[in-house]
Design a protein around this ligand. Structure first.
Ligand SMILES: Nc1nc2c(c(=O)[nH]1)N[C@H]1C(S)=C(S)[C@@H](COP(=O)(O)OP(=O)(O)OC[C@H]3O[C@@H](n4cnc5c(=O)[nH]c(N)nc54)[C@H](O)[C@@H]3O)O[C@H]1N2
Ligand SMILES: Nc1nc2c(c(=O)[nH]1)N[C@H]1C(S)=C(S)[C@@H](COP(=O)(O)OP(=O)(O)OC[C@H]3O[C@@H](n4cnc5c(=O)[nH]c(N)nc54)[C@H](O)[C@@H]3O)O[C@H]1N2
Ligand SMILES: [Mo]
Length: 770
């Protein structure tokens, strides 16, 4: 019998013990009236609604997707599927998919053909390049396209046009994961692996509601918890999430106080001698500075700042300090705050100090969120350079210029690659005059939406929006391009533990929609982009040839794909690096205490954790001449915009298990939409009583930016804190009113090192409305 996976999101338990293999459990959902016998083809794919990388097959009948079935043999999920994946594929067949390009004529978006739309874009780009140079053109892409698409876009933007303005919505998502890994290990790349869960005796989730956001990974944890010798669980989250409910210790710090808490935990680890001194001496630099800084952080001090019980902090430290095999996961409760990188780096420090890295059960997962965020980063379609190369190292740029066969001068800029938040500022200042947005919906997902709308509606900004639906952002566009969705195109993607999956085309796209890869390549051809020998740039023409080009670009770098082929991926996911020497891929990085941190090899020279100022090559060489892991301490700084008499509550925003982001897909899926049809706000009983709010009442939430309306849900959330999901934009509202999107309320502000926005920091007040 198929369980109702809305009511039971994690499905049935399959308990297992430490060191055992996670038992398979195959989840399947087929359209009403369809049985497995009716399915004509099963087409290989994996999830695009989170970063877990759950592998499954798409059921096809005729030219329609009719369901999905988990792949029992895959290392990531062993057949399990998340509720969004079980039901989400139905969005592909929505009747309101974009099927033709649209262009703006007399203020209205009207349907047109591809030649007209693309020629407009090309004429505009040419004009801007002639008059203002490449830095008048910006590209804002995604964590949801395929590897082949990012790599192609990166080559076009950086190598073809020569602009420095290319970033992904990964800036909002995993910029801090990448930055914290660069800070600690010299390079992006997840040290750990999901199989560490199978071995761990302690699992710690830092600002990560893994139960709702990587629900299959959580099923793995639940199965360990249900088995013999279960791991103990530490949850650090101000909310009573499902993770908190299963935790051995739940610390609910006041929002924005992570660094104070982590400093106290490190104080206890060092003070109690829970330190692997041999590891620290052999493989790290910076320990003495950390010991000095955290000496000032007795748990009493943190307890005060974080609003925690001092004994709970001590107990948590003991859990971490006496763990023999520790896995930590970190996500948006750390990444979307004012000391994002500083906080995430302290989690890395716990593992370095304890020597808990590169062995079974000892892993760090600086998580990703989006399905292909890792690819955006490694392909350099964000503020990184392809192949985890160092933008500040001329030798790296010269090498990349050779791979692309372009003039190295085209890749050289005086400043780091522009981050997305800065790109919107530059557009606001009239410097960026064309913005090409692909597979992201900034009119709902960026902070402070009133400002975003102002920028997007500037008359001197030529806006291209490439999406599968007519989104809130598309409404501002000059040209809208209809894209093929997942299931309608072929390509690879890499999950949060470096597992690469292949997703193959199952059905044709609707109307004249085309894959993002085809669109980018068409643009390059129409622009007549050429390499140094006058050959077309990029030189490839489809997904397999793009992948082959990427393999050459990745050769010798930490994310080496040279040993991975599409044929091999048909048998199951493979973890990079995968080379001739490691033909089956690599489960854990840094197993021998050797890091990708050599000054001539590292991806970044690092940054000051407080100011974000980049270190120079000299600074880096002085600190870390032999390429060891780097322990970096940070002082605690109070969050901006703390609660005040006028705005007495701390406002958090985030996710529910049933929806993905701005709901363009999950809002169109009956099961998922019914499960969470409208926006709500979580509030404690004490705060509800003070505001005379009862369960289900309509309330208004006001911050210094705006007010939105939501239904009250009274929960065990800590008093003084309220939470609103950010999924609800206004594409599905007849009235078009924007009074329910969380980002009306949020502020424009970033972590200095990663430039990730502070979605979890705002002061608010609430009142009941009739
Ligand atoms: N169902 C579902 N799954 C998803 C997604 C989705 O939209 N829906 N999106 C995917 C993506 S792109 C991402 S990035 C991930 C995000 O996955 P998560 O990071 O797990 O999700 P969030 O709800 O954004 O935030 C996690 C938790 O951070 C806590 N938090 C807030 N402020 C603080 C703080 O100051 N300190 C601490 N310690 N915790 C704090 C919140 O209470 C919240 O429970 O999910 C991925 N998976
Ligand atoms: N307040 C608040 N704001 C947040 C967050 C938060 O926790 N709180 N989290 C942030 C995070 S972590 C993230 S990742 C962002 C997500 O923010 P967005 O990226 O803006 O959210 P999505 O709804 O996923 O937008 C993806 C878009 O791509 C389209 N799309 C899907 N598949 C394809 C495809 O194959 N091709 C093309 N061309 N388009 C496609 C979808 O229809 C959709 O419009 O939101 C951020 N904003
Ligand atoms: Mo994300």
């Amino acid at each position: 019998m198929e369980l109702d996976r809305i009511a039971h999101p994690w499905g049935a338990r399959t308990p297992y013990g430490p060191g055992e293999q996670w038992p398979p459990r195959v989840d399947m959902h087929l359209a009403a009236g369809v049985t497995a016998a009716d399915v004509e083809r099963w087409v290989l794919s994996a999830s695009v609604l989170h970063s877990n990388g759950d592998a499954f097959d798409i059921a096809v009948r005729g030219r329609r997707i009719v369901g999905v079935r988990g792949r029992a043999g895959d290392r990531v999920n062993r057949g399990r599927l998340d509720p969004k994946d079980l039901y989400g594929w139905q969005a592909n067949a929505s009747s309101d998919r974009l099927t033709t390009p649209l262009v703006r004529i007399d203020g209205e978006l009207v349907a047109t053909d591809w030649d007209t739309a693309m020629d407009r874009i090309v004429a505009h780009t040419r004009g801007l390049l002639d008059r203002h140079g490449p830095d008048s053109v910006g590209f804002y892409t995604s964590g949801q396209l395929f590897l082949e698409e990012y790599y192609t876009l990166g080559v076009i933007a950086r190598g073809g046009l020569g602009t420095n303005h290319l970033d992904g919505n990964t800036r909002l998502c995993t910029a801090t994961a990448a930055e914290s890994l660069k800070q600690s290990f010299g390079c992006d790349g997840q040290p750990g692996t999901y199989t560490d869960i199978d071995h761990a005796d302690v699992i710690a989730a830092f600002g990560h509601n893994v139960a709702e956001t990587q629900s299959v990974l959580w099923s793995r944890m639940l199965d360990r918890l249900a088995g013999p010798n279960p791991p103990r669980l530490l949850c650090v989250d101000p909310r009573p999430t499902p993770v908190a409910r299963h935790a051995t210790i739940h610390l609910a710090p006041l929002p924005g106080t992570n660094v104070a808490l982590l400093n106290a935990l490190l104080h206890e680890l060092i003070g109690n001698g829970w330190v692997d001194t041999g590891y620290v001496r052999a493989h790290t630099v910076g320990f003495d500075d950390l010991a000095q800084q955290v000496a000032q952080w007795p748990p009493e001090r943190a307890a005060d700042i974080c609003g925690l019980d001092v004994d709970d902090i001590r107990a948590a430290a003991r859990l971490l300090g006496t763990a023999r095999r520790l896995v930590s996961t970190v996500l948006q409760g750390f990444y979307q705050s004012h000391q994002a990188t500083a906080g995430a780096v302290q989690v890395n420090n716990i593992h370095l100090v304890r020597g808990m890295l590169g062995r079974p059960g000892c892993g760090i997962l600086q998580m990703n969120g989006q399905p292909t965020a890792q690819n955006t980063r490694e392909c350099g379609a964000d503020g990184d350079i392809a192949g985890f190369r160092n933008w500040a190292d001329d030798a790296h740029l010269a090498e990349l210029a050779r791979v692309w066969n372009v003039d190295p001068e085209r890749l050289r800029h005086d400043s780091p690659p522009t981050d997305a938040m800065r790109m919107f500022e530059l557009a606001d200042e009239g410097v960026i005059r064309m913005l090409w947005v692909s597979a992201t919906n900034p009119a709902v997902s960026l902070p402070e939406l009133e400002r975003v709308r102002r920028v997007l509606s500037r008359r001197d900004l030529f806006l291209v929006v490439q999406d599968i639906f007519r989104t809130e952002t598309a409404e501002f566009a000059d040209v809208v391009l209809p894209a093929a969705a997942w299931g309608e195109k072929t390509g690879t993607f890499t999950n949060a533990d470096r597992t690469v999956h292949l997703s193959e085309q199952a059905v044709p796209p609707p109307g004249t929609a085309r894959s993002d890869l085809d669109i980018f390549l068409d643009f390059a051809r129409r622009m007549d982009l050429r390499d140094r020998d006058g050959e077309p740039l990029p030189s490839w023409h489809d997904a397999p040839t793009a992948f082959a080009a990427w393999q050459r670009c990745s050769a010798g770098r930490p994310c080496d794909y040279t040993g991975i082929g599409y044929a091999q991926l048909r048998a199951g996911g493979v973890q990079w690096p995968c080379t001739e020497e490691a033909p089956d891929g690599t489960e854990r990085l840094y197993t021998d205490g050797a890091f990708a941190a050599d000054p001539a090899y590292c991806e970044s020279y690092g940054k000051d954790l407080v100011t974000g100022a980049p270190w120079s090559a000299q600074d880096y060489r002085a600190f870390n001449p032999h390429g060891k892991a780097m322990i970096k301490a940070a002082p605690y700084l109070p969050p901006p915009e703390p609660p005040s008499p006028q705005y007495p509550l701390a406002l958090l925003s985030g996710r529910t298990i049933y929806h993905f982001h701005t709901r363009t897909k999950t809002g169109r899926v009956p099961q998922l939409n019914r499960a969470a049809p409208e926006v709500w706000v979580e509030i404690s009983a004490a705060d509800a009583e003070a505001a005379q709010v009862r369960e289900g009442d309509a309330v208004e939430i006001t911050t210094p930016r705006a007010a939105v309306h939501a239904r009250a849900r009274i929960t065990q959330i800590r008093p003084g804190v309220v939470f609103i999901p950010f999924h609800y934009g206004y594409w599905d509202r007849g009235d078009g009113a924007h009074d329910r999107a969380a980002n009306e309320l949020t502020r424009t502000d970033v972590d200095p090192a990663s430039k990730q926005p502070l979605f979890k920091t705002a002061a608010a007040r609430i009142r009941r409305v009739s």
